[in-house]
Design a protein around this ligand. Sequence first.
Ligand SMILES: NC(=O)c1ccc[n+]([C@@H]2O[C@H](COP(=O)([O-])OP(=O)(O)OC[C@H]3O[C@@H](n4cnc5c(N)ncnc54)[C@H](OP(=O)(O)O)[C@@H]3O)[C@@H](O)[C@H]2O)c1
Length: 246
Amino acid sequence: MKLTNQTAIVTGASRGIGKAIALTLAREGCNIAGVARNEASADSVAEEVRALGVKFTGYGVDISSSSAVNECVDRVQREFGGIDILINNAGITRDTLLMKMSDEDWTTVLQTNLNGAFNWTRAVTRPMMKARKGKIINVSSVIGLHGNAGQANYAAAKAGLIGFSKSVARELAARNITCNVICPGFIQTDMTSALAEELRQKLQDQIPLKRLGTADDVAALSLFLSGSGSDYITGQIFTVDGGLFI
Ligand SMILES: NC(=O)c1ccc[n+]([C@@H]2O[C@H](COP(=O)([O-])OP(=O)(O)OC[C@H]3O[C@@H](n4cnc5c(N)ncnc54)[C@H](OP(=O)(O)O)[C@@H]3O)[C@@H](O)[C@H]2O)c1
């Protein structure tokens, strides 16, 4: 097993991509601190993860609150004994055209998708620097690279996350901490379930691999970036989109 006795914080672990990441890392022996909006939601994957023989605790944390995140990181350190991997995966959309976008649509998405990753990354920096090792993986989006009509808030947050990650990679490299970014394309989760069937079919036709991605497609890359095989890779952006943006 590749990650025996390591501990990963996975945000947005209750569903979709985050759940797949939690299960994939757990299959390799990694203990999981799973974060979602509330404890009941975070705990919804507890049984499945623990069945793989690792430790799991669910934490209810609003990732946009820096004090709640700091408190949680302290708890995880106490309860797990350290933090080896941070996966900033939790994210939301509030899609609407720019003219109709409210202040709240803008700030909620920025506060969750960008401030959230900042809050966690800053909070784990001290323990990771002390340990002189760490893996930080930020889940951005192809929309952060290419933009999308109706998603100016989401694209800004996801593009910001890429610049943030490159800076973190440069800043923490001397302490053997890597920071990389995954940009999923269209992945079948609750986030994309609202797409109209016609649009889904159109998208699928445009994807060279002729299907939407699965959460496991993304989780497989997160495992590589969490393990020692990626020790000499930092500040990089990896797209998982079936070839959509070749
Ligand atoms: N699906 C796609 O096609 C796609 C494409 C590109 C990028 N992504 C990115 O991949 C990540 C995961 O997407 P997904 O499709 O798996 O999403 P999802 O199924 O909608 O799940 C979102 C997760 O984030 C958590 N979350 C949201 N806001 C939170 C907050 N304020 N505090 C704590 N947890 C919060 C949710 O917790 P609760 O269960 O408690 O609500 C849930 O676990 C996101 O960053 C998304 O932007 C997705």
